[in-house]
Each structure stands twice: as structure tokens, then as C-alpha cells.
Design a protein around this ligand. Structure first.
Ligand code: GDP
Length: 532
């Protein structure tokens, strides 16, 4: 293949990819929608399997049981499906608020998000939190108002709520015809067509506009009049769809439907294909990388231990940003300069992990390794650049690990190192040699840690409170290493090294943290640390 045609192929493959996540408050219908999306993509055998328990998870260890018992998903999975020549990569985000850090990392790997709302509830607490995470990166958001087959709130009220609570323009692209028990379907505002709930095909019925006399014949006089009045009001008072604003992350197109009844899902998918951005430019430290570049680049946003506790293998989830990945390539891990062989990259379909032949910008591949690859790592074909934006957050819970058997200290150390690499926990080692401190975002994460230590590493352990409440990474904006060292010497008992050897300050109270900021104006105490 000549260089130009190779370049064309990368550009073409990138252009037909849509990599996205679904954000939703628990129960809004994320799982149901995921199933229906996969079905649309022809992955029919998968419908109903998204929740698969029992057999599908038989080999997984006990920590997976925690997630089953609590009905939450700890692991991020990636589902790829094709439709009408487009390739969709759906990255599943854990729904529980304890895992917001994991969620954040997943959202660094997508180009768009679908926000699912329960039509009777509107914006809920978790929707809002996840939205805020998307906003940090200006991720374009498509809204899907779900459960329209049931008693729902007034669409104007819902749209107003999106605008008010999220400070985001909301432009309806579909409009409900009838409500609840008399819900007939939707009217496609952009393409001017009626889309009945019980249609066998998805093309819809073209009309000349909301005033087309045909509408009353199809949906009945009462619903037709309401639709006409609604559309007039919407045109006068609501935002109109605008592709540029959507892609900038300041406007969300709003779809209405019912995932359960498989209504509106095709329309949503069309919207993603037509409007959501393909993989674009991505900022790295030295330059922006364009998706269509011939040379491969990508970054690790997630590391997951092998489900089989007898093997220490991990799978690193790599989001490709440019170029083409093929089996047998050797990639450069920029952080260490090491070569990483990619002998059996894994494509993630919902059920089976399959050996991929090639992958393109926007795709996510799994690379099996023995712990070399870490979250935040950039992989290239040799260039020395680092992608930004896979951060660590200051944990909100700090604990000492209590060992029942002191003989296990060495094993504990290995276990904590490995789990830290996976991003399950953060580990801080105080400079004065006192026992390590683990940091987590939520209580559930501690339960997972405890279970994995016992089951996978044979290290039964408990947790004790520490005298610290918060931690911050110490840095010097002027690059003054001596100032940092001075801090470390004067505050030896309250300074620790993180997994990468970076210094962190441990504070007994927020007041102490503020004091430190005043006393050491040359230092910065950061709650977030970028890993690359
Ligand atoms: P998740 O927690 O966001 O993954 O939500 P699920 O997909 O598990 O859905 C939560 C509940 O709402 C389940 O009982 C679904 O059957 C139900 N549900 C999902 N979508 C719809 C819908 O469009 N209409 C109705 N009536 N129920 C729905």
C-alpha cells in the first residue's frame, strides 16, 4: 500500500467510527437501551445477555460477586457493533457513584455521550454528576428521554429542566405524539416525518410539516392538534438544533422514545451517526494528534485484572487515537521507552473477546500484559509524545491496612502495587516508614479491595482509620525541586510517596491544608494529578 492510500484508509475508517458512552442515573434504562442498541447493530444473540449472570460469570472471582449482589457494574466493558456502514464503540461506564474516578477515565476515551433520562423523573442526582464530568472535557451529549410509553412529564418542562439544571441548550429533534397510554410515536422535527411506535420498518412516514392534513388521519384529530401547537411553541421558544454548538458541547439534541419497547432507538442511532463527531484531534503534550495520521497512537484508560485469580495477567484497555493497529506490532510505551509487543490484541464484543485483525482510530483494544501497561500510558510507533487527561483524583477516604498475619507484609506490598497499577486503589507510603495508606473514593471500593486481597492474593486484611483526612499532590509551579524537598524534610510524618514516587501531603484537617498553602506559597497542593 502506498503512503497516500494508507492515509486515505485511516481517514476513511476513522470517519465511520463513533465512540461513545451512556450516562444515566440508575434505573433510567441504560441497560435496556444498551441491549436494544446492540440488537440494532445485528448482535442479536447478545440481546438479553448484557446482564448475563450465572454461567457467563462462573469463572469470575468473588469481588465480581460484590457487584452482582449490589447490582452494580464494577468493570468497564466495551461493545462494538456495526450498522449502515458505521462502527459504534459503546464504552460502558460503571453506574455507581463510588466509581466516579473509573467513570471519568472511561469518559476520557469517548467522543460523545448519550444521556438517558427517565421521562417521569428528568435530571436526577447521578445524571448531573456524570454530566459535569462530560462538561470538563466538552463532550457532545445526545439526550434520550426514555420510558415515553408510561406516564411522563411534559416535554417542555423536561427540556426546560435540562437547560436550567445543566446550563446547556436543549433542542428537540423528535417530539412525542400523544402521551402515556395514548402515546402514538414521535414527530421527527428535522426530517419532517412521523414515527409510529408499532412501525415494522424504521423509515417513518414523510409529511410536509406539522400542519400536514395527513397527520390527523394517521394519529387522530386530538393528537394532531396538540402536536401542531407544541411544534409552533417549540419553534418559537426552544433552541434549534445546531451542529456546531452540539459538537462544542453547548447544545444537546433531545430524542424521545422507549428503550423497553424498542422505540426511538433507531432514531437515536441515526442521530449518533449523523451528528456525533468521529475521532478528531487529540491534545498531546507536544502537539495535537489528528485521527487520520498514518502512525498509530493511543492511550491506556483502564486496566483490568484477569478474571481468573490464578493468572496475574492484566488487560490494558487502549483507546486508539490515530493510525492502524495490526497483530504483531511493537509499540513504544512512552513513559518507559520500552517496546510492547501486541501479539493478540483483543476486540471487545459484548460477549466474546475476539482476536482482532486490525483496529482504527476510535476503537478500543485490549492488550494483555503482565503489569507493564498502566493507566495513562501513551503508546506510539516511536514518537515521544504523551496524551493528556487521564487524571488521578485525591481520594476521599484514607485508611491504614491492618494485617492479621505480619508474615504477609511482603505479599501485601505486591498486592497493593498491582492493585494500584490497575487503578483499584491508590497507595501512599509515608516517608517516615510507617505502614502504607490506601486511598479510595468511596466505601464500596474498600469492600472490593478487601475481597480481592483475600481472594486473589490470600492476604486477609482489615482497615483502620488514619489521623489524616485529606491528601494533595505537591508540586512546584516554578519547577523548584528543592522547595518540595524542603517541605518533605520539615513535614516528614505527613508526607508520603504515591505509586509513581510523587510526593503527597497528608492533612489532618482542611484547616491544616489551608495553613500549608499560606505557609508555602511557592508550592501547589493539587487535588487532581494528570498521570501522563
Ligand atoms: P439501568 O439501571 O439504567 O440500567 O436501567 P434498566 O435498563 O435496568 O431499567 C430499569 C427498569 O426500567 C427496568 O425494569 C426496565 O425494564 C425499565 N425500563 C427501561 N426502559 C423502559 C421503557 O422505555 N419503558 C418502561 N416502561 N420501562 C422501561
Amino acid at each position: 500500500m502506498s503512503d497516500t492510500s494508507a492515509l486515505d484508509t485511516v481517514a476513511r475508517e476513522a470517519a465511520r467510527r463513533r465512540t461513545f458512552a451512556i450516562i444515566a442515573h440508575p434505573d433510567a434504562g441504560k441497560t435496556t437501551l444498551t441491549e436494544k442498541l446492540l440488537l440494532k447493530g445485528g448482535a442479536i444473540q447478545l440481546a438479553g445477555a448484557v446482564r448475563a449472570k450465572g454461567n457467563a460469570r462462573r469463572t469470575r472471582s468473588d469481588w465480581m460477586k460484590i457487584e452482582q449482589d449490589r447490582g452494580i457494574s464494577v468493570a468497564t466493558s466495551v461493545m462494538t457493533f456495526e450498522r449502515d456502514g458505521m462502527v459504534f464503540n459503546l464504552l460502558d461506564t460503571p453506574g455507581h457513584e463510588d466509581f466516579s474516578e473509573d467513570t471519568y477515565r472511561t469518559l476520557t476515551a469517548v467522543d460523545a455521550a448519550v444521556m438517558v433520562l427517565d421521562a417521569a423523573k428528568g435530571i436526577e442526582s447521578q445524571t448531573r454528576k456524570l454530566f459535569e464530568v462530560c462538561r470538563l472535557r466538552d463532550i457532545p451529549i445526545v439526550t434520550f428521554v426514555n420510558k415515553m410509553d408510561r406516564e411522563a412529564r411534559d416535554p417542555f418542562e423536561l427540556i426546560d429542566e435540562i437547560q436550567q439544571t445543566l446550563a446547556l441548550d436543549a433542542a428537540p429533534v423528535a417530539w412525542p405524539v400523544g402521551r402515556a397510554s395514548t402515546f402514538w410515536g414521535t414527530y421527527d422535527i428535522l426530517a419532517k416525518r412521523l414515527m409510529p411506535v408499532d412501525a415494522t420498518e424504521e423509515g417513518g412516514i414523510p409529511v410536509s410539516g406539522p400542519d400536514d392534513a395527513k397527520i390527523a388521519e394517521l394519529v387522530g384529530e386530538e393528537r394532531a392538534v396538540q402536536l401542531y401547537e407544541d411544534i409552533l411553541l417549540a419553534e418559537a421558544g426552544l433552541a434549534q438544533f445546531d451542529l456546531v454548538k452540539f459538537r462544542e458541547g453547548t447544545l444537546t439534541p433531545v430524542y424521545f422514545g422507549s428503550a423497553l419497547r424498542d422505540f426511538g432507538v433507531g432514531h437515536l442511532l441515526e442521530g449518533l451517526a449523523d451528528f456525533a463527531p468521529p475521532p478528531g484531534d487529540r491534545a498531546a503534550d507536544k502537539r495535537a494528534v489528528a485521527a487520520a495520521e498514518e502512525k498509530l497512537t493511543g492511550f491506556v484508560f483502564k486496566v483490568q485484572a484477569n478474571m481468573d485469580p490464578n493468572h496475574r495477567d492484566r488487560v490494558a484497555f487502549v483507546r486508539l487515537c490515530s493510525g492502524r493497529l495490526t497483530k504483531g506490532m511493537r509499540l513504544r510505551q512512552v513513559r518507559t521507552g520500552k517496546q510492547v509487543p501486541v501479539n493478540a490484541p483483543l476486540f471487545f464484543f459484548a460477549k466474546e473477546r475476539q482476536v482482532a485483525e486490525e483496529a482504527w482510530p476510535g476503537d478500543v483494544v485490549g492488550i494483555a500484559n503482565h503489569g507493564t501497561l498502566r493507566i495513562g500510558d501513551t503508546l506510539t510507533e516511536g514518537e515521544d509524545i504523551n496524551f493528556r487527561g487521564v487524571p488521578s483524583f485525591a481520594p476521599e477516604i484514607l485508611r491504614h491496612v491492618r494485617l492479621g498475619d505480619p508474615m504477609l507484609a511482603k505479599k501485601l506490598r505486591t498486592a497493593l502495587d498491582q492493585l494500584a497499577e490497575e487503578g483499584v486503589v491508590q497507595v501512599f507510603r509515608p516517608l517516615d516508614g510507617s505502614p502504607p495508606v490506601v486511598g479510595v473514593v468511596g466505601q464500596l471500593q474498600l469492600d472490593v479491595l478487601k475481597s480481592r486481597l483475600a481472594v486473589e492474593y490470600g492476604v486477609p486484611a482489615g482497615f483502620d482509620e488514619t489521623r489524616w483526612q485529606t491528601m494533595r499532590w505537591i508540586s512546584s509551579p516554578k519547577g523548584d525541586r528543592a522547595a518540595i524537598e524542603k517541605w518533605a524534610t520539615t513535614n516528614r510524618g505527613d508526607t508520603a510517596a504515591d505509586h509513581d514516587g510523587e510526593y503527597v501531603a497528608l492533612f489532618g484537617s482542611d484547616w491544616r491544608r489551608k495553613r500549608a498553602e499560606e505557609e508555602f506559597p511557592d508550592l501547589r497542593f493539587d487535588a487532581v494529578r494528570e498521570q501522563s
